[in-house]
Write a protein that binds this ligand. Structure first.
Ligand code: NAD
Length: 472
């Protein structure tokens, strides 16, 4: 008997999660559901995270969660309860299958879309680390770790193996963000060597978006960073019929939380007309995760029979006339358990082997600092600021190499005039400098300028660990 933490959630949550629970129970699979609260009700009780201690304890005990959508009511709590849960339990992988559903007509019907997006879930721009550098310029930090890249890459390959899939492609923007997106691409290529049974490759993410609309059936498993995965997986859900069909799993080393992509759709709450398929397919993923393969297959087949053979469809697919209510749709699926939808090819599902990646620090055998980028708040003319900085370097170990604005060189004089903002990045080069040299330079600067932040120009194992400036 497996115990699972069940969070019904807000809005349509109780209807769609309730339907899923009823269908899973109807297969006879032995599950005890531990009902817990999170979301709007909890925020309103004054719990600032939206997740009470009893729910956290239940999750730690059971390690598997089936969760409905959660709302953050206006005026309560700073952060979404969903994000809190994902981060609290370091659920680093978000798996979103995008699979053509029999009986659900879309412009792509008949093309056999059957792909999975594996999205990194805790790093990247979505860590939400942001600063106004000046009153006029904002910054968001895109932090990507080597260990995080290894974990998500291995998870993608392991997931492919668990479903007998043939290929894994890394979709990235390493052509522009060579250091951050490049870290995922390079790490992925290293990890791929451990999976010779699976074809691997990479694709630039904007081309991937284009290909997903043009020929989505060419893909099997795609792995990508957090924001790219967020955007492309929503695009993917539209290919197969919309949010009513988009399932998802959040995977961590110790805890897995299964939740559909959609939210609480408050305007449909309590109307008994919402589509529970996304949460049901999420429940199917959960059953496979806990190795209840027969129950998962039985539900999938019953769902397909209901949709494609019996043509029982909810309002989001057929509109108001002739639509089945949520409860009628649920009962029809339960009535079809045991039936098979013959033409649907079954995958050879196997237990997912979770990757165990060391959290040890990545060390460089050799390191040096080549210089420093200092960001200055300044609206002045680039040439006159540049000249002042050059004379300020006299008597120090630094020389001014370039000034740039939003990554583009503005000094020494670029070939074409570049629009400036109120933030210059000033690149000072030297060799073999130490922190004292940098502090000395900052002190000189601060007498005349308003510096905002600095970045060291590190060289790790002989490789420059910083980007070049456009026009440098
Ligand atoms: P939403 O996904 O709740 O709804 C958008 C629209 O999609 C709905 O109006 C409806 O037309 C359609 N839709 C969604 N689920 C459907 C289903 N099961 N069947 C049929 N149609 C469906 O997005 P939203 O309106 O932007 O968000 C509402 C609330 O949900 C917000 O408070 C948001 O923060 C929250 N939210 C939570 C999660 C989560 O818990 N993981 C995810 C997204 C949004």
């Amino acid at each position: 008997m497996k115990t699972i933490t069940l969070i019904s959630g807000d809005g349509i949550g109780p209807e769609v999660v309730g339907a899923t629970r009823k269908i899973i129970d109807a297969t006879g699979v032995k599950i005890t559901w531990e009902e817990c609260e999170a979301g709007a009700k909890v925020f309103k009780k004054g719990v600032g995270t939206g997740v009470p201690t009893e729910t956290i304890d239940s999750i730690i005990r059971n390690r598997i969660v089936l969760k409905g959508p959660l709302e953050t009511p206006v005026g309560f709590g700073e952060k979404s309860a969903n994000v809190t849960l994902r981060k609290m339990f370091e659920m680093y992988g978000n798996i979103r299958p995008i699979k053509e559903i029999p009986g659900v007509k879309t412009p792509y019907s008949g093309r056999g879309i059957d792909l999975v997006i594996v999205r990194e879930n805790v790093e990247d721009l979505y860590a939400g680390i942001e600063y106004m550098q000046t009153p006029g310029t904002a910054e968001c930090l895109k932090l990507i770790s080597r260990n995080g890249c290894e974990k998500i890459s291995r998870l993608a390959f392991e997931f492919a193996r668990s479903e007998g899939r043939k290929s894994v492609y890394c979709a990235h923007k390493a052509n522009i963000m060579k250091v951050t997106e490049g870290l995922l691409k390079h790490t992925f290529e290293e990890v791929a060597k451990d999976y010779p049974d699976i074809e691997s490759g990479n694709i630039i993410v904007d081309n991937c978006a284009h290909q997903l609309v043009k020929k989505p059936e060419q893909y099997d498993v795609l792995v990508m960073t957090n924001m790219n995965g967020d955007i492309l997986s929503d695009l993917g859900s539209a290919l197969i019929g919309g949010l009513g069909f988009a399932a998802g799993a959040n995977i961590g080393d110790n805890i897995a939380m299964f939740e559909a992509v959609h939210g609480s759709a408050p305007k449909y709450a309590g109307k008994n007309n919402i589509n529970p398929t996304a949460v049901l397919m999420t429940g199917i993923m959960m059953l496979r995760y806990i190795e209840e393969f027969d129950a998962a297959n039985a539900i999938e087949q019953a769902l397909f029979v209901t949709l494609a053979k019996d043509k029982i469809l909810t309002r989001d697919i057929v509109g108001d006339v002739g639509a089945a209510s949520t409860t009628a749709f649920t009962d029809a699926i339960i009535g079809n358990i045991g039936k098979t939808y013959e033409t649907q090819p079954k995958r050879n599902y196997k237990p997912l082997q979770l990757p165990r990646v060391s959290n040890d620090a990545v060390v460089a055998k050799q390191r040096q600092v080549d210089g420093v980028d200092i960001y200055l708040e300044n609206n002045g003319d680039a040439k006159s600021v540049g000249k002042q900085l050059e004379s300020l370097c006299n008597g120090t170990r630094f020389s001014l190499k370039t000034m740039s604005c939003r990554g583009v060189k503005v000094y020494p004089a670029p070939e074409v005039e570049i629009a400036s903002t109120d933030l210059y990045c000033c690149r000072f080069m030297s060799s073999d400098i130490n922190d004292g040299d940098i502090i000395d330079l900052l002190q000189r600067l601060s007498a005349k300028f308003h510096w905002v932040h600095i970045e060291k120009l590190n060289v790790f194992d002989g490789v420059a660990a910083y980007s070049k400036i456009h026009g440098e």
